[in-house]
Design a protein around this ligand. Structure first.
Ligand code: GUN
Length: 284
């Protein structure tokens, strides 16, 4: 079987074009969409991700403001930047790039973000809105994955999706989103992780498998049901090499598969832009 490539780069380009139209409409009404980012420390990949988010903003006409604190910044210094972003009317939404350095209470920082300015959709109020099925910004990677599956007509409704990984940014909110009673979701969802004894057997039951554990090569060819859609959302680094949670030869059995680069990452950033423009539209 030759898997269809789930090209997140191409779809994200289309989303950026739609966002650019909405940004231009706001600008003609006198509103310049503003996005803030806060990076703490000098983690290479985090700095790169934030730089890419700013490049996307520039492309679609969003004004982005970046704050960078040193790795030794205190909890109070971090929260002071958050408070400043919360109070600044030019910044409609913002994000604090995760992970924060050891010793920082990440949950306290996330809690201090004004929920309606939470572009990541990771504030407990917004995660609560997701649980309740009410409107709010959706977490970027889960929403990006669902959009990518829909764009390629991967059957999700009524299907069995196995999510490998239970992290805050992907696994947990994705499982909630996919199980929701809403068009394009309505799936049976199983969440597994590296502590599950029968992980391989459970993954093989998936019509759709989303690997989001951050554990290189965790999903292998023998674990995938022939014809299943496989999304590699988890990554890890070996030196400067970006590794996927999905082994390359899974493409030999899958019906659809994300490329190692240009699958989920661009869609995460595209949803971030959608959340940013939506925050500005709502603030009018
Ligand atoms: N670090 C890894 N993924 C994310 C994300 O989606 N948002 C933020 N703020 N940091 C991250």
């Amino acid at each position: 079987m030759t898997a269809v490539l789930l090209d997140g780069e191409a779809l994200a380009a289309r989303v950026r074009a739609e966002v650019a139209d909405r940004v231009a409409r706001l600008r003609s009404g006198g509103v310049t969409v503003g996005l803030g980012t806060l990076l703490v420390g000098d983690d290479g990949p985090s700095a790169k991700y934030v730089a890419m988010k700013h490049a996307d903003c520039e492309e679609v006409g969003i004004d982005s403001v970046h704050e960078h604190l040193v790795a030794t910044a205190s909890q109070e210094e971090i929260e002071a930047v958050v408070a400043r972003f919360n109070a600044d009317p030019r910044i409609h939404s913002f994000l604090v790039q995760l992970p924060l350095p050891d010793g920082i209470d990440e949950e306290r920082v996330l809690m201090s973000v004004e929920p309606d300015k939470d572009v990541d959709g990771l504030h407990p109020v917004n995660l609560g809105r997701l649980v309740m099925g009410s409107a709010g910004p959706l977490p970027c990677t889960p929403a990006g994955i669902v959009e990518l599956l829909h764009a390629y007509d991967v059957p999700v409704e009524g299907s069995h999706v196995v999510v490998v990984g239970r992290g805050l940014t992907i696994g947990r909110p994705l499982a909630l989103l996919l199980a929701m009673k809403r068009p394009g979701c309505n799936a049976a969802v199983t969440v597994v992780h590296t502590g599950v004894r029968e992980m391989a057997r459970l993954v093989r039951l998936g019509d759709v498998v989303v690997a989001a554990a951050g554990h290189a090569g965790l999903v292998t060819k023998s674990m995938v049901k022939p014809g299943a859609a496989v999304v590699g959302a988890g990554t890890s680094w070996q030196g400067r090499k970006l590794l996927s949670d999905v082994e390359e030869d899974v493409a030999e059995v899958a019906g659809w598969i994300t490329p190692r680069i240009g699958g989920v990452g661009p869609m995460t950033r595209a949803v971030l832009l959608k959340n940013a423009v939506r925050a500005a539209e709502r603030s009018r």
